[in-house]
Design a protein around this ligand. Structure first.
Ligand SMILES: [Zn+2]
Ligand SMILES: [Zn+2]
Length: 385
């Protein structure tokens, strides 16, 4: 039988073409029509059972392949959304091709040895990620293990990400002539500015790992009219969901105080999907890194600085890792043109092949080694939110 690496190399020309095509046609979140179609066409060609437009998300898909023999359910996640202005500056063209490649290689194993393979096509990672909807609607209920790979300059172990709550405050007051009758007005902009000041005071007393940052979306129409409406958007980020609840309540109190001080009304809502913090399954992550090291790949400990990922929501409902694979021999920051272009290099192709092999072997080992799977599951059950 062919080795996993031989199979991956055999598929490389097609995967390279897929990554190049998506690079050439960058599409923003939930508008990835060409990109998702390219994925779907390839998966149909290789005999996957397709669920199209799941949960009314037109550019998402779920591809399944069920073996005849019993086994675990193994999930990979693919992304393919781009950034405004710089196209695939986050490298989701190669991310998607890598996850899809791993699914094609693992399919041959599942056919022969059993189990179920699921590949999720997940739009809009950069904005209001589709993984949140999949996680909320039980799509990972039966999944035993999930892996989403991400390109980076070097190989990094799967790490943490911050939980994120996008909260919008709307204040309403009353217009009046700002000079001749200010006493008749209720100033909604002041309510929002006080909110910012209150948040700044709060910041001194929050955990250093937490972040609160915001903008003024609407702040009035003219300097001679007392602003009757203001809108502010904030991101509140924390290391854990428990602390998120605590901090969010304090931030909302900051806005309530602004409203009380000015006599405005205040309403708030989530204006995008909430991302949960990433909980890396360390057992699975160590095993995965070990597989790469056996192949002679150097894996660096997780990065110290982090944003938020929609993979976090998946990691809260099934054992998951989000490892980074190297596509460069020198440091390149993400979300840049340089990073985008690095996804097309020979080094990137090497990173893709190494990652596909490790992703497949990790799943095979979980399927065949009950002690490994039990350790992964036990860690998941005892995880910290
Ligand atoms: Zn990104
Ligand atoms: Zn990304």
């Amino acid at each position: 039988m062919q080795t996993f690496k031989e199979r991956a190399l055999e598929l490389l020309p097609e995967l390279k073409e897929l990554s190049q095509y998506i690079y050439d046609n960058p599409e923003l979140g939930y508008e990835e029509f060409l990109s998702s179609k390219a994925h779907i066409d390839m998966l149909e060609k290789y005999g996957f059972e397709m669920e199209l437009s799941p949960l009314d998300m037109e550019t998402a898909y779920v591809a399944r392949y069920r073996g005849d023999k019993p086994g675990i359910t193994m999930a990979y996640l693919a992304e393919y959304d781009a950034l405004p202005g710089i196209g695939h500056g986050c490298g989701h063209n190669i991310l998607g091709a890598t996850a899809l490649g791993a699914a094609l290689v693992l399919k041959d194993y599942v056919k022969e040895k059993g189990g179920t393979l699921v590949l999720f096509g997940t739009p809009a990672e950069e904005t209001s990620g589709a993984k949140v909807a999949f996680a909320d609607h039980g799509y990972f209920k039966d999944v035993d293990v999930a892996i989403c790979p991400h390109p980076s300059d070097y190989y990094f172990s799967s790490g943490k990400s911050l939980a994120l709550a996008p909260i919008e405050f709307t204040f309403k007051g009353k217009t009046a002539h700002a000079a001749s009758e200010p006493q008749a007005g209720i100033n909604a902009l002041d309510a929002l500015l006080l909110t910012f000041n209150n948040v700044n005071a709060l910041r001194e007393h929050i955990l250093p790992s937490a972040r609160v940052h915001g903008i003024v979306k609407e702040g009035g129409l003219a300097a001679n009219i007392v602003p009757e409406k203001s809108v502010g958007e904030f991101y509140v980020r924390t290391m854990t969901l428990d602390y998120m609840e605590e901090l969010l309540e304090k931030v909302i109190n900051c806005a309530k105080a602004g409203a009380l001080a000015t006599g405005c009304t205040m309403e708030y809502r989530d204006y995008e999907a909430r991302y949960h913090n990433m909980v890396t399954n360390q057992t699975l992550s160590d095993h995965y890194d070990g597989l790469l090291e056996e192949m002679g790949v150097e894996v660096t400990p997780p990065r110290e600085s982090f944003g938020s990922l929609d993979m976090g929501n998946v990691s809260q409902v099934c054992p998951s890792i989000n490892p980074y694979f190297g596509i460069s021999d020198h440091p390149i920051p993400g979300h840049t043109v340089e990073f985008r272009d690095a996804t097309l290099t020979d080094l990137a192709m090497e990173g893709m092949i190494n990652t596909i092999v490790a992703m497949v072997k990790a799943m095979v080992d979980c399927n065949e080694d009950p002690a490994l799977l039990a350790a992964v599951k036990e860690e998941f059950e005892n995880r910290k939110r």
